[in-house]
Design a protein around this ligand. Sequence first.
Ligand code: CP3
Length: 349
Amino acid sequence: MSDTLFARACRREPVERTPVWIMRQAGRYLPEYRALRVNADFLTCCRTPELACEITLQPVRRLDVDAAILFSDILVPLPAMGVEVTFHPCPHLARPVRSAGDVDALRVPDAREATPFVFDAIRLLRRELSPTVPLIGFAGAPFTMATYLVEGGGSKHFEAIKGLLFSDPPTAHALLACCADTVASLLAEQVRAGAQAAMLFDTWAGLLGPADYRAFALPYVRRVFDRVADAAADLGVDVPRIYYAGNAAGWLPACRDTGATVIGLDWRMDLGPARAVLGPSLAVQGNLDPAVLLGPPDQIRQRARLVLEEAGPFGHVFNLGHGILPQTPPEHARVLVDAVREWSSRRAA
Ligand code: CP3
């Protein structure tokens, strides 16, 4: 794997073109996914290795992307922590975590016992995928996990999680440590099962100002990536560590200290200035606005080219800045992948 286009771009080595994959590339915008979901609910798909494997492969077949991402969800470890979650399709927790007592009652599960289906799906996928298409494993970053645990689902103003941070910091830190240890076990174990890159989604860290990011998010991300790096070192393999930093403008410099090797960014900032802040040792991933895929093909091609020009030829993995929207016409996703291939290989030639 160390020689795939994706791996070389993550290591900032020269590439003949820019690799591309799409966040949430398996999902509701694909008719083949919706067809499969008629007979199986979302969690059943996540918990059945054959189904998770098949859904992971759907966008690889249709779009010819340069990486696969395991079909799962960041909230899959919750039941083993002692928290029930349902999806309709948005996640909902019947009993959110609000007090010190609630945090005490959480378990830090051993991932091999809690979510064996994740590792079985990874082993299946490694047999099914072409060696040119690496498999990305993932988990939720500790702060984003804690946000769901405390809010109990989506939120408008996030007063429950932010209230906890400022009214009871020791309980907030205990919760974050619990999330970090759970996620570290889950992600390190995915690497041991054969995941060729490890990604943390910090969708909600943008709620924090710079000082609070350094206090409540950064140390826990670092803790997870240290465990992932140890797992990769034990195996003697190079495993890119990708950190999706949602709405990161305020604390972008802190991303240098996360232990990630690739920083995923959304469209709220341009990749050129972001790279100037991140420095020469980090690769970047992103960052086309997913809504661009709702527009016409010519616009998609033009916008893809602008992102490629901002990022420059090396150390860039093309992606959207957030998950693909369910309304996206699947042919538009293909237009994007083809456009990235064409422009970036023309530039390299
Ligand atoms: O293709 C892939 O990228 C792999 C699968 C994947 C899913 N969720 C499948 C899913 C990944 C990487 C995730 C990550 C995830 N899950 C994040 C981080 C990225 C982000 O979007 O910010 C978050 C915040 C979640 C939590 C979550 N799960 C939400 C907010 C939702 C609701 C609706 C939605 O799709 O945005 C889910 C459900 C979910 N996760 C679905 C899928 C395909 C839809 C469920 C269905 O099919 O009914």
